[in-house]
Each structure stands twice: as structure tokens, then as C-alpha cells.
Design a binder for this molecule. Sequence first.
Ligand SMILES: [Zn+2]
Length: 155
Amino acid sequence: MSALPAVKEATAADHQHRCRGCNVRLSRYNSDAHCSACARRAWRSVSREPRVPLQIWSSAEVRTALVERNFGALCLLVRRLGSLKQEDLAELTGLSQAFLSMLESGTRRLTNIEKIVMLLNGLDVPLELTGPILRSADTSMARIPQCVEPEHPSV
Ligand SMILES: [Zn+2]
């Protein structure tokens, strides 16, 4: 009874243990269904990374940058506070990384209203900070109920 019956099982598991995503053979010590690369990819698609953390919008610096329409400073702050890369911002906003880089360094200014809308929408700036004019119609309509919600007194 004290003998370990594990040898045969381990061999079978070793034979079958392949990543469900890419079918790469997994270490027998990897108890997951996916290799680390596939696990990371799956996690990214589920969590829709990158994401701007909501709490950064309560930062006074961020609000000042918005009020001053200093979009370069805004991008820098969002990236610093949200631990995001320029590529992340590019992915979120649809603006090119080269453009964002110039914006942050101050060599370019953001004056094109379409691009401003892209930026604000992409960063998902709370509607009460931008007003509806600077947002795409879809986003503005979808977000209006959320913006009044905290004002309700508890019943
Ligand atoms: Zn894999």
C-alpha cells in the first residue's frame, strides 16, 4: 500500500499534457491547461488590456491638464498614474505612437477636434470632465446614466 502508484499516471499525463492553445508540450510540472504564452494572451483578451484605471481621474494634476487642454501633459500623467506605455495609449486611442510621443514632448499640439475626441474616448475620460461635445455620440449616450448615479441618496 505504501508503494507510489504514480509512475504510470505520470507517463500518461506527460504524453497528453499539451497546451490547449498552441499544442506545445507542457512540462509535467505545469498543471495549467495552457503554456505561459497562451495563458498570457488569453488573460489579455479577457481583461481587454490595456486599461486606464478609473481612480486617475480624481487626480488634481490630471484634471488641471484637462482643463488647460494640455493633452501632452494629460497623456504623460495617464501613463505614469496608470503604468501604461505609449504603445498602450496608441492601442487605446487609435492615435499613432509617433504622434503621442511628439505630443508628450511638446513638439506637437493636439488641435484637431477629431483627434481630441479620439484621445478622450480612447482614454475613457469620465463624461463629466469632458462634456458631451468632445466625445463620440455612442460613448456620450452610453455614459450619461453612469454619470448621475452617485448623486442618488440611499433609500
Ligand atoms: Zn500555448
